[in-house]
Design a protein. Sequence first.
Lengths: 503, 235
Amino acid sequence: MRSAKRGFRSFRRHPSSNLVVVLLLFVCLTFSLSMLAVKLAADSQTETVKERVGNYGEIRSSSGFMMSTFEQEREKSEAERTREARGMSEEEELEERAKTLVPEELADAFSRDPYIITYDKVLTSGVTMPGMENVELSSMLNLSREIREGAAASGITESTFVFEGNTNGASASEFLNGNKKLISGSYYTYADYREGNTVVLIEKNLAEENELVVGDTVTATISGEKGKDAELELEIVGVYETVEAERQSQGGSFATFNPAGNKFFAPLSVVQVLNNTPGYVELGSYYFDNVDHTGDLQQAFIDRTGGSDQYEFVTDFTEYEIISDPLQKVGKTSVIGLAGALGACALIILLAMAIIVGGRTRELGVLKAIGATDRQVIMQYAVEVICICLVSIILATGATALISQKIGDWLLSGSEITQVQEEEEDSGAAAMMSRLTERNLYKEGGLFASPVGEAEDAELDVVYQGDMLLYGILILLGISLLGMAIPVAWITRLRPARVLSME
Amino acid sequence: MSGDNAINLETGDFLAVHGLSKTFRGKAGDVVAVDGVDFSARKGEVVVIVGPSGSGKTTLLYLVGSLENPDAGEIEVLGEDICASGADLIAYRRERVGFVFQFFNLVTALTALENVTLPMDLSAVPPEEQRRRAVDLLERMGIDRRLQRTRANKMSGGEKQRVAIARALANDPDIILADEPTGNLDTATGMTVVDILVKLAREDGKCVLIVTHDESILEVADQAFHMVDGKLNGR
């Protein structure tokens, strides 16, 4: 305790030399702590990103398989198609219709993987609604005769509407991501899906044009069926509106053209009936715990499908990379900066203590001559070193609070430049083709919708965390101990007789 | 102990040095600094050792003060060999010996008062007692209250030396070892310092050992020795 008091007194009695050391340490510690704060923030935010991005996947027919199926169909003549259709049993017909769909069994089985947290099944279908006109589709079909003939061959008419089915209306992706909003009535429920209740959600404008309200019914035709049995009465349980419909219809390509008002949402079981593909879904949609298990799930999928290329398990890993890569780069850069700054701190404290102790050799000799033990002298210098480091780190902590966000932003902007450059390099013709044939993930709004908004930008919010205090104390102890190395070596080796004779 | 230099407690011998030798080994060759020195001193005696520079007198003083370890010989204080293994040299330096140096060797960042309390602080004397004793000693040395609060680097040579003597007396040691105490002072101030040291011997019963090249100090010596090439000759 007395040695500590002497150390503190010594710290106060050498203000000029200590101030120089404190200032030098302050600069390096400010940089160190800022880098540490940035690193902790980057790591923490990467973990936060993991909670909402990179943890989504879906099982669907693979693009390659769909393309080859399309090619095969295109090569067949009309006569061949008719002949094949006539010779088919009911099972074969169903198989043919569901060729590009996913067996519901597979989607359900995959959902039992331990990493899966929630899942949904989705099916979209073009459904004919007798007595209703799809205004946007109608005007598109009237653009040219070729389009009209092509559409007719595919069974698309002016009364064709898109039906999207899933297991629970509220969890349909476009409602979840805010693309669409329920304005009256209610969503259909999981019970509606289980019981096959013929209920539907209709778009506000379409409802108004046709003077339909919640509680009214509309008629839909089951695909491939004819006669009275082919019609299904659907009760409107809710009306929704499309948010930013204009941007949506302008932003998409022709392939994703989605007239805002011509989409119905219904329980999956109802859409399966309307599409005439019971037991099949377009995709299984899954949220799993985090991006770290993407590889495990890919492997589980391969094991379950036997490596067949008919289906694919696609994830939002790319989206995760876009957001997390700059953060991870910032994290890595800050570690390098931290190491450099701590190295500078170490060098400063070592040099400073060498100069301080060297300048006080006579004092050390006197202390030992008048009976101070090495321990007492070391303790005195330890307290002085700790005082220097403590003052430096307190000042540095304050300065870090002011500048760490700016350093974080600066590092992040450096990482984003690289990202933009990479994107520019990917702007060739091949990349453009690749983008055109890309299918959206269901969570982005489904195949018939363009993604809502732009890809999320990485942001770094540098805030003080509890860990900072712990690391600050560790840094303080580290540099203090290092700073003590010189006095300890000096004090234990010092022979007072040599020192005291010096003039 | 044997021979002429055996400590004689009956006659009041307090310090006895026997066969003390010290050789410094260096690249340029060995230097015999102290070569078989014998002497003894009583409490209340002033022992003065004179000799030219490099004669080994400071080394002898440091050996007696345990700042150097002898190659051979014994140093007995009240019959106890401080060179024996297991001897607590730090306690010896702290409690039995007080040093006065030519260059004062005060801690310049501290005030006169703090310099004097320093040895007491190392000996865990309570702060109030430290202060009382330090003030008392400094006043005895003629250092007034204002000077007591002055930093050592702001003092004159004579003031510094008086503070150094007060510091040497802080833990009330039996032996005062003074290395060229007047070497850095003018004649008048030097004489004042010598008077103080003599008073310490005569009035306080300290055993004062002074090494110097100033032969005028011999006048106050109870025992005087001349040292040449590490050997001690009586005068």
